[in-house]
Design a protein around this ligand. Structure first.
Ligand SMILES: CC(C)(COP(=O)(O)OP(=O)(O)OC[C@H]1O[C@@H](n2cnc3c(N)ncnc32)[C@H](O)[C@@H]1OP(=O)(O)O)[C@@H](O)C(=O)NCCC(=O)NCCS
Length: 169
């Protein structure tokens, strides 16, 4: 199976924040952003694997900036690393200034998707070949994040989390 670059799975979704999607402070509701990120990540994982994909875990979400009503929001998702059947998807969220068009980073998140067959059984996916410095950095840290996610889910034991243990040695 031929390896793919993160660029090959890149998925960009741009949309506006409407009144029905905001909280009482007139900022984008967190759950709405999670749904947008899940959708973009799902498409990126599908592009990488060319299989049905399911969300296995939301590993990290940082709501660093509020996104006001009327904002133009771009969600950009790329597969940062693939393991056997699972893929880490890194999502960057940008806001666009109405007048200058300049983009500022609003939020980011990391999701794990698993490729499955028609019966829901996990299937093997291609590897990822990172190209840019940022892609290489995200690729390198992905195994540590996978182990942390599996540890928190109770799917591995602390002594199996070799990458996490190495941080403290
Ligand atoms: C995700 C799912 C397919 C995993 O099935 P499973 O029987 O646990 O399969 P496995 O144990 O073989 O795990 C498959 C892969 O997922 C990874 N994985 C499972 N749970 C994980 C977690 N919490 N965090 C990170 N990776 C996880 C495993 O490490 C494995 O990765 P690898 O093959 O790349 O090494 C299964 O739990 C599922 O279908 N869940 C429901 C998904 C869904 O409906 N999502 C939408 C919710 S609304």
């Amino acid at each position: 199976m031929q390896a793919k670059t993160p660029e090959q799975s890149k998925t960009t979704m741009t949309d506006m924040v409407l009144p029905s999607e905001t909280n009482p402070l007139n900022n984008l509701f967190g759950g709405e952003l999670l749904a947008r990120m899940d959708r973009a990540a799902s498409i990126a994982a599908t592009r990488h694997s060319r299989h049905i994909v399911v969300t296995a875990s939301v590993n990290h979400v940082a709501f660093n900036s509020a996104v006001p009503l009327g904002s133009v929001v771009t969600v950009e998702a790329k597969v940062s690393r693939a393991f056997k059947t699972s893929m880490e998807i890194y999502i960057d969220v940008w806001m666009e200034d109405r007048e200058s068009g300049a983009r500022t980073k609003a939020n980011e998140a990391i999701y794990t998707f698993v490729a499955v067959d028609e019966t829901g059984r996990p299937v093997t996916v291609p590897e990822v070949t990172p190209e840019t410095d940022l892609e290489k950095e995200r690729f390198a840290a992905a195994l540590r994040r996978k182990q942390l996610s599996l540890l928190l889910a109770g799917k591995i034991k602390p002594n199996e989390a070799s990458e996490l243990k190495a941080l403290f040695e």
